[in-house]
Design a protein around this ligand. Structure first.
Ligand code: DX5
Ligand code: ZN
Length: 229
């Protein structure tokens, strides 16, 4: 994974057809997705359960690009190796998931995966300060984690603060939750570069009608890139 700050769209398969993940990953990549965002939920850290390492391993062969695994689980450490072996390129842990986030990030990097740090809406940007040299991505939650299709929570102040803290370091700012053509420009202007989109990317399409995915992805990307023109 080479680093650049170009806008990347990362559809979340939480909004995909759970009976057809392989075909869905191929469809969204063929329609312009830059990354594939994989939402792992354990029913403990968040009030929902999705899937685990076995599903990630099963979809890996169907993803040509970046498999961006978002762990909404607690504890995290016992499962890091399994997600790395499953082929995750980015493994993101929540700072709120346990008392030893520094050790968790070390363990993620030790697998060779990129280390992501996710912040729930109630966690300040300053929490990242001691960890800036341990991370490759900050995931700013703009919904309370657990479900797709929720209303965007404005975190543009936190995004701008993170952008200032990060400076020239090669650290992505990823936005996760309620991203659509209306909210994408707000977060791009504040300094975000990776935009996760579940419902806004998948809505109205299917593996039998993937062009809708392409239209959805283009609309979000153009809205975000439009802030610079
Ligand atoms: C929520 C997940 C998000 C979610 C985004 O806990 O982390 O990735 O799938 O879905 P939308 O884009 O529909 O808010
Ligand atoms: Zn997510």
């Amino acid at each position: 994974m080479t680093f650049d700050r170009k806008i990347k769209i990362a559809p979340s398969i939480l909004s995909a057809d759970f009976a057809n993940f392989g075909a869905e990953c191929q469809a969204i990549e063929s329609q312009g997705a830059d990354w594939v965002h994989v939402d792992v939920m354990d029913g403990h850290f968040v009030p929902n359960i999705t899937f685990g390492p076995a599903t990630c391993a099963a979809i890996r062969p169907h993803i040509k690009g970046v498999m961006d695994v978002h762990l909404m689980i607690a504890p995290v450490d016992p499962y890091i190796d399994a997600f790395a072996k499953a082929g995750a390129d980015v493994i993101t842990a929540h700072i709120e998931a346990g008392p030893h986030i520094h050790r968790t990030l070390q363990a993620i990097r030790a697998t060779g995966a990129k280390a992501g740090l996710a912040l729930n809406p109630g966690t300040p940007a300053s929490a990242v300060e001691p960890l800036l040299d341990m991370i490759d991505l900050v995931c700013v939650m703009t919904v309370n984690p657990g479900f797709g299709g929720q209303k965007f929570i404005d975190m543009t102040g936190k995004i701008a603060a993170l952008r200032a803290l990060i400076g020239e370091r090669p650290i992505h700012i990823e936005i996760d939750g309620g991203v659509d053509p209306t909210t994408a420009p707000l977060v791009a202007r504040a300094g975000a570069d990776v935009l996760v989109a579940g419902s806004a990317a998948f809505k109205g399409g299917s593996v039998d009608d993937p062009n809708v995915y392409g239209r959805n992805i283009r609309t979000i990307r153009e809205a975000a890139e439009g802030v610079w023109t």
